[in-house]
Design a protein around this ligand. Structure first.
Ligand SMILES: [Zn+2]
Ligand SMILES: [Zn+2]
Length: 326
């Protein structure tokens, strides 16, 4: 039996979600992604009228529903609370998320003729990528990528695989964008956002690898060349929009620019919290010691660590500090 959620049901869920998104925890996201069984969380019936889990293979449906959770969460929950939930999620499930993305479970959703296109998007647009997109600005991804532990080993392939999947899609995305922009803005919006978000994450992953000088070892030149014509077109066509901006950033990385480019401020901040004392007003780079528990941030002295722990300005580290196995 199909569990596909109809358009009317979607509207109902999103209405319910908007009033309850602040109840979402890291555990809920883990259940939606299939990392924990449904009975491991107390699923408020009002929040989850259709349950949380999906029959095996319903990956397009999983992605669709996760997207609704993610967007309600982004719209209705204050940013510090979002960061706390996603940090806790990352501490426990980031390796599992990357593993699923690299080795995707088969999607066997029964789709209507109108949605069959979605199956072709699956490799470069799925629930696991969706979560990685949401957490890319948190120091946990940066920690995971530089970790030498075995559990983080698959992460070494993440940039390469994402780049290859984007390169395989860009021509189709371009065709779809041009086809739908005139006729169906919602549909065009899907492709615009799928392309923009995937390229943005790729750019983040590249920017984190600041110690690697040879950029073709991160993304092989053949893959770069496959993306280049479309990204160049989009940088112009969507100039001043999200998609245009991320293409611009990616192109400047391809061209070998050393500077973190404009718009990458959040990424710079994450790298700064590790390369430079995390306390916002301190710029020391020598003799830094990592926070013992999370090891995602470093400080020049215990006084600065204490001040950042319950921080008066910006985020409080104690809200974002979780132990990881990577
Ligand atoms: Zn300091
Ligand atoms: Zn910490």
């Amino acid at each position: 039996m199909s569990v596909r959620v109809s358009h009317a049901e979607r509207l109902l869920i999103s209405t319910i979600m908007t009033t309850n998104a602040s109840l979402l925890t890291a555990d809920h996201f883990a259940v939606i992604l299939g990392f924990e069984p449904e009975n491991s969380v107390s699923a408020t019936p009002a929040l989850f009228p259709f349950g949380l889990q999906f029959p095996q293979g319903h990956e397009i449906e999983r992605h669709g529903r996760l997207k609704m959770f993610v967007s309600s969460f982004a719209n209705d929950v204050p940013e510090p609370q979002q960061d706390r939930v996603y940090s806790q999620f990352c501490a426990r499930y980031l390796p599992a998320t990357v593993n699923k993305f690299l080795d995707l479970p088969p999607a066997t959703d029964q789709l209507g003729p109108d949605e069959a296109d979605l199956l072709q998007e699956y490799e470069a647009s799925n629930a696991y990528l969706e979560i990685l997109i949401q957490v890319q600005h948190l120091p946990y991804l940066y920690k995971y990528l530089r970790s030498s532990k075995e559990v983080a080993e698959p992460g070494k392939r993440l940039t390469l695989v994402l780049a290859a999947r984007i390169a395989a899609r860009v021509d189709c995305w371009d065709t779809m964008l041009q086809r739908w922009e005139q006729r169906d803005m919602e549909r065009a919006g899907f492709y615009n956002s799928a392309a923009g978000c995937a390229i943005q994450l790729l750019n983040t992953l590249c920017s984190y690898q600041i110690r690697t000088d040879d950029r073709t070892s991160i993304i092989p030149s053949a893959t770069q060349e496959r993306m280049l014509p479309v990204l160049t077109r989009w940088a112009v066509r969507y100039n001043g929009q999200f998609l245009g901006d991320v293409c611009q950033r990616m192109l400047s990385w391809f061209s070998g620019s050393r500077a973190f480019s404009r718009g990458a401020n959040k990424i710079r901040k994450i790298a700064k919290g590790w390369e430079v004392c995390k306390l916002p007003e301190c710029n020391k780079k020598e003799d830094l010691k990592a926070c013992m528990r999370c090891q995602t941030v470093r400080y020049c002295c215990t006084d600065h660590q204490k001040r950042d722990w319950s921080g008066s300005t910006g985020s409080k580290h104690k809200q974002l500090c979780f132990q990881t196995e990577y």
